[in-house]
Write a protein that binds this ligand. Structure first.
Ligand code: DGP
Ligand code: NA
Ligand code: NA
Length: 214
């Protein structure tokens, strides 16, 4: 395996949070900052709506199609699994991946629906590459409301998002995952500063550790 110039793997860094917490903005700012400091970095996002599976998910989210709830859960997971070979290749090449949502969104969003057990929701993602760092962009519902109306996509209602927030809080109790809570109510630059500090720390540590599995 070719491990980049210095033989060091990249870090797998994930940003999670409820909708409108600023994940996408912060992912691109982080990638830019890492690249400018000479650290190879690329952004990924889930769901990746460009693949065949991703197009099914996209139509579902845009309310252009209806899918049974278990079925769509498995499609979201499959959409992560189909990217694993590419993710591993990039990490081995020394590229740090900054990922906008991952398996934790998968579990939080599906388990927010009635009748879904957390352990059932987690099972399809068991074995995925384990992030070296998962940052949760924390934003309470009142602060989120100040950011304007929700969009028109499925899941974009305040009642559902509050349940999602509670599911994330349950998931964050898992001590085997390197969770860091970020105060997303701060201004963009301060959020970016916090995220960059945690990321540099994780990148340094990841260099000496094998990639784990969920
Ligand atoms: P985004 O492109 O980041 O706005 O995400 C699309 C929506 O899909 C968002 O409401 C979160 C939700 N979502 C993301 N990943 C999953 C998943 O694995 N399962 C489910 N059920 N929903 C997800
Ligand atoms: Na969204
Ligand atoms: Na986003």
């Amino acid at each position: 395996q070719w491990l980049g110039m210095a033989g060091k793997r990249g870090a797998l860094i994930v940003l999670e949070g409820v909708d409108r917490a600023g994940k996408t903005t912060q992912c691109s700012k982080l990638v830019q900052a890492l690249q400018q400091s000479g650290r190879p970095a690329e952004m990924m996002r889930f769901p990746d709506r460009t693949t065949t599976i991703g197009q099914l998910i996209g139509a579902y989210l845009e309310n252009k199609s209806d899918l049974e709830d278990h079925t769509v859960h498995l499609l979201f997971s499959a959409n992560r699994w189909e990217m694993v070979p590419l993710m591993k290749k990039k990490l081995e090449q020394g590229i740090t991946l900054v990922v906008d949502r991952y398996a934790f969104s998968g579990v939080a969003f599906t388990s927010a629906k009635p009748g879904f057990r957390l352990d059932w929701c987690m099972q399809p993602d068991v074995g995925l590459p384990k992030p070296d760092l998962v940052m949760f962009l924390q934003l309470n519902p009142a602060e989120a409301a100040l950011r304007g109306q929700f969009g028109q996509e499925r899941y974009e209602t305040s009642v559902f998002q509050r349940t999602v927030q509670q599911r994330f809080e349950q998931l964050m109790k898992d001590q085997t995952v390197n969770w860091q809570v970020i105060d997303a109510a701060q201004n963009i630059e301060n959020v970016h500063r916090d995220i960059t500090a945690h990321s540099l720390n994780a990148i340094n540590k990841a260099q000496n550790l094998p990639l784990g599995e969920l």
